[in-house]
Every structure is written in C-alpha cells, then in structure tokens.
Design a protein around this ligand. Structure first.
Ligand SMILES: *Cc1c(COP(=O)(O)O)cnc(C)c1O
Length: 456
C-alpha cells in the first residue's frame, strides 16, 4: 500500500518562529508553567487542541465572501440550516458562538437542581455547564476504557449496565437527558459504536428520556464505524453519520472540530416545546435566532465545512495522521492510550513518569518537559483538569493522568509530525530527570486554564 498523503496542496503559508532551549525555559517561567499562558508565536508545533485550529479550504474562504450579514433571516442562515437538517434530520437548529454556548442553553432549559445527567464521559465545559445549573454530571464509560493499553475498538462506548442502574436509581423525573459524546474526547478520542448508540437510545427512550449527542467529532466517529464495525464497511460515512443523528433527539455541536472552522457551533432538538425555550435563552445571551452570535460568513464556512468533513479521502488521511504519530511513539516504547483515537494521541503520564505522585501533577510536568525540549505545546488531561479539593484543601488522585497531543485538521505535514516524534524520543530518554509541580494559585472552577505552578 502507498503512503496515505495529505489530500490537499498548500495555497497559503504561515511562518513558524524557531526558538532555542534557553528561550523556551524563560517562556515557561513567564507563563508560570501553564501552557495556556504561552503566546502562540512562542510555540513551534501547537498540539494544544484541535479546536478552532483547522485550516479552512479555498471553498470555505470563498463562501465567507458570500456571507449575508442581514440581522434577521439571512440567506447564510438558511444554507446553514438546510445543510445541518439534511445531515442530522433534526427539526430545530439554533446557531451558537461555540459548543459551550449550546451546552449552557441545553442545560439551562432541561436541567433542574438535584437532577443527574449521564454521559459516556463529560467534556470539561459540558461538566461545568451541567454543574452550573445544580445537576450532577455522571460519567459512564464502558469497562474496557479503564485499561489504557487494551487494543479494543469502541472504547468510547457507554456502560449500558451503568446507565440501567442510573435510570433505576433516579428515574425519568431526575434524568432530564442522556448525553453521548462522539468521539469520547475526555476518554481519549475513542469512538462509540453504532450498536452501543442504538442500545443507549433504545434504553433511554423506553423510559421516555431523550438522548442528545455531543457531536463535536461526529465525522471522525462515523469513519471509525465504517472501518471497524461489523457490516458497516460498504456504507458511506455520510450514511452512517445520518443514522447516528437519527437515533437521537438533538445535539450540541462545537463547529470548531468537525465543521472545520475557527469559531462556531449549534444546538439542535426535535422537541418543539424545548426549542421555544431554547430560542428565548438564545436571544437573551447569544443573538437573534438566525445568527446566534455568529456572522453570516461564519454560517457559510460551517455549512461548507460540514460538506468537506465527510469526504472519505479527507477522513482516511485524518485518522492515518493521528495513527502515524501514535505508532512512532509505541515503537519508542512510550506508554500511550491505545488504540489511538481520532483527533489526538494521549500519553500516559503516570506510566511515563512513575517517580511522580498524582499531586505532583505528572501530566503537567510532562507537558512542560515536552515544550522545553522542542517547543511543542500539548495539554494535561488529568489531575490538574479534573482534581477537586476537599474542605481541607486536599486533592484525591483522579483516575489517570494523560497528556493530549491533539492534531489540528489540515495544518501540519508529515515532517512536522516526525519532528514531534524526535522531541518525544529525547524527553523519553531524559524522563528520570523530569520534576513535579506545585499549584501556587488557582481559580474556583476550570482551574487548568489559568492556574499557576511552581517547580516542586
Ligand atoms: C470542544 C468541545 C466542547 C465545547 O465546545 P467549544 O466550542 O469549545 O465551546 C464540548 N464537547 C466536546 C466533546 C468538545 O470537544
């Protein structure tokens, strides 16, 4: 088989500024060892996130010029709505400025204090929005997902028995909706199978509970289903994606992922009564119902991006490029979450740095070491992101400490990824020298974005 190449050529370039190791040492000190505080021009290869970092196509830039910027009922809204309705089948479609705005409105309408929201794994902003309205966010990842190294497909699945128990315990009255995140971002970008989604949907619906997707990476998930699920190989990804959406009652979507744009999102539902309440909240905080905090040109770029993301040459390259980095790291003996997910490679920081305890923040320490070595920015997904202090200020260790190296869509080439692997090889050789960190300041919620560290 021949090399799976980038299925595009480059029309416009953006220079990367090279830095030295001593410059990076100073950059890290100035940022208080929080990589969110590092200026983009000080980063060589930015794998912080795949969110909003996609390169847009010539067709998307062309569509932006066509944007209709009318306040109400712009032509661009109807293109956006038509594209999403054709893909998802949902009846009511509300543009939002990003995924979390959709989450805030969804839980603002359906969530009441004391309720419980099950999810295969809540993304951090989803959890924060669930908790913000006084609900409890319950993660129900499947049993296989707890073994980081197990090479099993569909480790993003929801634990059906767990869902059954949750419904038995809390009942329809206290479960406003079941959410399924595709792919499962907090769980390592692992896909959810059609079989699992069908079973979740049947179970929830048999109790009258609606199912909503967190659909940020629906196309990557659909391609995994085509590649790995029995009986799906002959179907088009578009057909699979359509079925995924039609098994559910609505979705939140961060268009910054699989809509291949730099900003945007949407919220959708089939429930008329719920949609009326959602629109009222949308107008209050986002904008009129046909723009929801976005410009007409953004709606155009999203509509075009949702077409391009289902191109199977694109998806083949997309999943291959993530797998390529994963395979290189496995060959070096570096412990990673397996199999490799759709949008990112996740390093097992506790396996990488076994000499550090959970509260020495091994994930953060590893992310800092990677930046110091090669100017590569990644993100901790572990104790810093999910740790909670008790009344005495003590943190219990969370289940695992990962470092996510997310691959932006259509941005980096194979030689960029080769460079990242070389940086990782060097950090791996020097892993025994990597020191832990202490938090010197933190805010009350979502601390990973702004907290400050000292070297321990
Ligand atoms: C990014 C993301 C969100 C939040 O979307 P924003 O556009 O960043 O607000 C929600 N869920 C998942 C799974 C995501 O990856």
């Amino acid at each position: 088989m021949k090399t799976i190449i980038e299925p595009f050529r480059v029309k416009m370039v953006e220079p990367i500024r090279m830095t030295t190791r001593s410059e990076r040492e100073e950059i890290l000190r100035d940022a208080r060892y929080n990589l969110f505080a590092i200026r983009s021009e000080d980063v060589l290869i930015d794998l912080l996130t795949d969110s909003g970092t996609s390169a847009m196509s010539a067709a998307q830039w062309g569509a932006m010029i066509q944007g209709d910027e009318a306040y109400a009922c712009a032509r661009s809204f109807f293109r956006f709505e038509r594209t999403i309705r054709e893909l998802t089948g949902y009846r009511h479609i509300l543009p939002t400025h990003q995924g979390r705005a959709a989450e805030r409105i969804l839980f603002g309408v359906l969530g009441k204090p004391g309720m419980v929201v099950p999810n295969n794994s809540h993304f951090d902003t989803t959890r924060a929005n669930v908790e913000h309205v006084g609900c409890r966010a319950v993660d129900l990842p499947c049993a296989e997902s707890h073994d980081l190294a197990a090479e099993v497909p569909f480790k993003g699945n929801m634990d059906l028995e767990g869902l059954k128990r949750a419904i038995g315990e809390h009942g329809r009255e206290r479960i406003p909706l079941v959410m399924v995140t595709i792919t499962n971002n907090s769980g390592g970008g692992q896909p959810v199978s059609l079989a699992n989604l069908r079973a979740v949907s049947e179970l929830a619906h048999s109790h009258g509970i609606p199912v909503y997707l967190d659909a940020a990476r629906f196309a990557e998930n659909a391609y995994f289903i085509k590649l790995q699920e029995e009986g799906q190989a002959a179907r088009s990804v578009r057909e699979i994606a359509k079925e995924i959406f039609r098994l559910t009652d609505g979705c939140t979507m961060s268009a910054k992922k699989d809509a291949l744009v730099n900003i945007g999102g949407f919220l959708a539902t089939n429930d008329e009564e719920v949609a009326v309440k959602m629109r009222n909240l949308l107008i209050l905080t986002e904008g009129f119902t046909t723009y929801g905090g976005l410009a007409g040109r953004d709606l155009e770029a999203i509509a075009q991006g949702l077409e391009e993301v289902l191109d199977e040459d694109y998806l083949r390259y997309r999943l291959a490029s993530t797998r390529y980095l994963g395979r290189k790291l496995v060959e070096l003996g570096i412990p990673i979450l397996r199999p490799v997910g759709g949008h990112a490679v996740y390093l097992d920081a506790r396996g990488f740095l076994p000499h550090l305890s959970a509260v020495a923040y091994p994930g953060q320490a590893l992310a800092v070491a990677i930046f110091r070595e090669g100017g590569v920015r990644s993100v901790e997904v572990g104790q810093v992101m999910f740790g909670r202090r008790d009344a005495a200020g003590v943190e219990a260790p969370v289940e695992r400490d990962l470092v996510r190296m997310a691959i932006p869509r259509r941005v980096y080439t194979q030689s960029h990824v080769d460079y990242v692997a070389e940086v990782m090889e060097e950090v791996w050789k020097q892993r025994a020298e990597v020191k832990g960190l202490r938090i010197s300041w933190e805010p009350p919620a979502l601390r990973h974005f702004t907290c400050r560290f000292d070297l321990a």
